[in-house]
Design a protein around this ligand. Structure first.
Ligand code: NAP
Ligand code: MG
Length: 395
């Protein structure tokens, strides 16, 4: 390796898996260079969360990071870890610094078939992560009265519209988005489509929301003009439709494309796609910034329940596939950027070894419960990683 990966360590069961994955599947095979940041909750607290900011800045500098799942503290965690403060979500902090879009795709393997039987290839979901209902203001209207939408220009002029003349109680909501954020989102999607050689779909409800959603549609189509030639050269398509039409069509396709969604649609649809594909533990996640910076992670959390069993010395069977694929994604991207073919082919090989371990009937408990394979062997967390290493050595 030439350039180091930014390595962001994390919490609980995924931190346990992180070390085993590195020791068994990465370090023996790769001349690994990383710049290590410990985002474990204790260390975030010790550094007043500066380590999270530093790790994001390092990602900007080097271009590729691999991240372990981390605890987003709530009141219970403040007590459990005796925290100075209820620190913010590390993913939120990193996303705000890198200004990225998160792409999530199921890892498909023989024996774990999607419920939607015609989905042959993974559907990658791209969720806009800024604004709309996630940054709203709401009022519970107590009774009769007039609700207005008012914008005060910097020059003092106003734009004013009546929302509703209420004759009784009700509710109102104010939401917003910014052109810059939508442009970044669009660019990240077009870049990722070119990168992964997949068509891009985007959908809104512009027929009903003729200004708000229509702005998203227009920005995507303006940004597409910059990408059109490259899309045509790569034989790729940018497809825009209405959200309800997109949902209907997605069910009938065989997959293999990127589905860009507004914030709320992405929240809802990513859970639909991941659950239809079997398990959160089989879902990859990558944050791609419009500047071309990549942060790979698993889509799931720190698997707290398993960690407490582990602490009590009980056996766990935690699925490490998404975390392994975070490493392979990051190593492959580093290989591509630095022109190191061996690194890319190692990443491919480790992914193949992981999938063929499952296909040979050796898997963790979460998959054993849903597989269509017969005579499966349920392995514990560590045995599963060792079984992958055996496969890797056979290949
Ligand atoms: P979680 O870690 O995703 O786990 C929820 C449940 O899903 C687990 O209890 C387990 O079900 C199953 N599961 C998830 N990953 C699995 C795996 N790799 N192998 C087997 N089963 C798996 O969510 P959580 O327990 O709600 O959250 C724990 C912590 O993670 C929280 O502190 C949260 O803040 C954090 N979190 C971090 C991220 C991130 O860093 N990206 C994302 C989400 C949550 P069973 O218990 O039924 O086996
Ligand atoms: Mg959600």
């Amino acid at each position: 390796m030439k350039t180091p990966l930014v390595e962001m360590d994390g919490d609980e069961m995924t931190r346990v898996l992180w070390k085993i994955i590195k020791d068994e599947l990465i370090i023996p095979y790769v001349d690994l260079k990383t710049e290590y940041y410990d985002l474990g909750l204790k260390h975030r607290d010790e550094t007043d969360d500066q380590v999270t900011i530093d790790s994001a800045e390092a990602t900007k500098k080097y271009g590729v990071a691999v991240k372990c799942a981390t605890i987003t503290p709530n009141a219970a965690r403040v007590e459990e870890y005796d925290l100075k403060e209820m620190w913010k979500s590390p993913n939120g902090t990193i996303r705000a610094i890198l200004d990225g879009t998160v792409f999530r795709a199921p890892i498909q393997v023989k024996g774990i078939e999607p419920c939607v039987k015609n989905w042959k290839k993974p559907i990658t979901l791209a969720r806009h992560a800024y604004g709309d209902v996630y940054k709203n203001v709401e009022i519970r209207v107590p009774g009769a009265g007039k609700a207005e939408l008012v914008f005060k220009n910097a020059d003092g002029t106003e734009i004013r519209q009546t929302i509703q003349e209420f004759d009784g109680p009700g509710v109102i909501q104010g939401i917003h988005n910014k052109d810059n954020s939508i442009i970044s989102f669009a660019k990240s999607c077009f870049n990722y489509a070119l990168d992964t050689k997949q068509d891009l779909w985007f959908a809104t409800k512009d027929t009903i929301s003729k200004t708000y959603d229509h702005r998203f549609k227009d920005i995507f189509s303006e940004v597409y003009e910059e990408y059109k030639t490259r899309f045509e050269e790569a034989g790729l398509e940018y497809f825009y439709t209405l959200i309800d039409d997109a949902v209907a069509r997605v069910m009938k396709t065989e997959g293999g494309f990127i589905w860009a969604c507004k914030n709320y649609d992405g929240d809802v649809m990513s859970d639909m796609v991941s659950s239809a594909c079997g398990s959160l533990a089989m879902m990859t996640s990558v944050l791609v910034s419009p500047a071309g910076v990549y942060e790979y992670e698993a889509a799931h959390g720190t698997v707290q329940r398993h960690y407490y069993k582990y602490l009590k010395g009980e056996e766990t069977s935690t699925n490490s596939v998404a975390t392994i694929f975070a490493w392979t994604g990051a190593l492959r991207k580093r290989g591509e950027l630095d022109g190191i073919d061996e690194l890319c082919s190692f990443a491919d090989k480790l992914e193949k070894a992981t999938l063929s371990t499952i296909e040979s009937g050796k898997m963790t408990k979460d998959l054993a419960l849903i597989t269509s394979l017969e005579n499966v062997t349920v392995l514990n967390s560590e045995e599963f990683i060792r079984a992958i290493r055996e496969k890797l050595d056979e290949m």
